[in-house]
Design a protein around this ligand. Sequence first.
Ligand code: ADP
Ligand code: MG
Length: 241
Amino acid sequence: GTARAATSSGDRTGYPTGAHVRLEGVLKSFPLGQRERLVAVDHVDLELEPGSLTALTGPSGSGKSTLLHLVGAIERADSGSVRVDGHELVGASRARLTRYRRSVGFVFQRFHLLPSLSVLDNVLVPLLPERAERAGAVERARELLDAVGLAAREDALPATLSGGQQQRVAIARALVVRPRLLVADEPTGNLDSRTGRSVLDLLLGLRATHPMTVVLSTHDPLVAAACERTVHILDGRTVAA
Ligand code: ADP
Ligand code: MG
C-alpha cells in the first residue's frame, strides 16, 4: 500500500511525521456500584509508531473507546504509562493534559458538530477563541474544507448536510489544530458502508499532505483491512491477531 515506515525525525520536508505513542501496563477502571470497579482497560501494552495507521477492533464493550480516550487524554489512566513523544500523560498536571488534549485531533462516531454553527465555524471550534480570530485560522479552515470536498458548503448548517458530509466536516475540524496524532472512534460507524469507505479513503489520503499517526476503532472488517495494522481488543486486553 501507500504506507511507509516513518521516523520521528521527520520526512523529506523536515516536518515530523506523527506522534510516537507508547502505552505500558495501562489500567483504567470505572466505579461499578458501591464497592466494585469495572476494569475497562486491563494492563494494555501498545505502541503506535510515528506515522502509523492502526485499527482497534473488538466487540462492543471491549474497551476500544476507553483506550482511545486514554491516548487522547480525555480520560486519565489509573496506573501504567502513556507516553507521547516521550512525555508521560499518567500523572501529568491538569494544565499539561489540557494543552496536550488540544493538540490531538479527535473524530467521533456521531460527528459532534455544533448544530447552530456554520460548517466553517465548526471547523474553527478547536482553536482557542483568540487564535480563531487570527486571519490565518479562517484561511486554514477553508483549506481543510477544500481538502475534504466541502469548500462550497462553508456557510451551511450541519443539519443540511448528509452523514458523510458531516463526518468530513468533523475530520476538517480535527485537523485544524495540525495534530500529530489523530484519534477516530468508529469514524464510519454511523455511515453506510460505501460512504464509510469514502470517508476512510479521505482520511488515508489526507495523511499524504498531513503526516500524522492515526489510531481508530471500527466494527467494519473492510475498514480494519484498509489499515496497516489491526489490534484486536477483548475484555480490555489486546489479543494477538
Ligand atoms: P467499546 O468502545 O469497545 O464498546 P468502551 O471503552 O466504551 O468499549 O467500554 C468498555 C467498558 O467500560 C464497558 O463495560 C463500558 O460499559 C465501561 N465504561 C466505559 N466508559 C464508562 C464510564 N464513563 N463509566 C462507567 N463505565 C464505563
Ligand atoms: Mg466504543
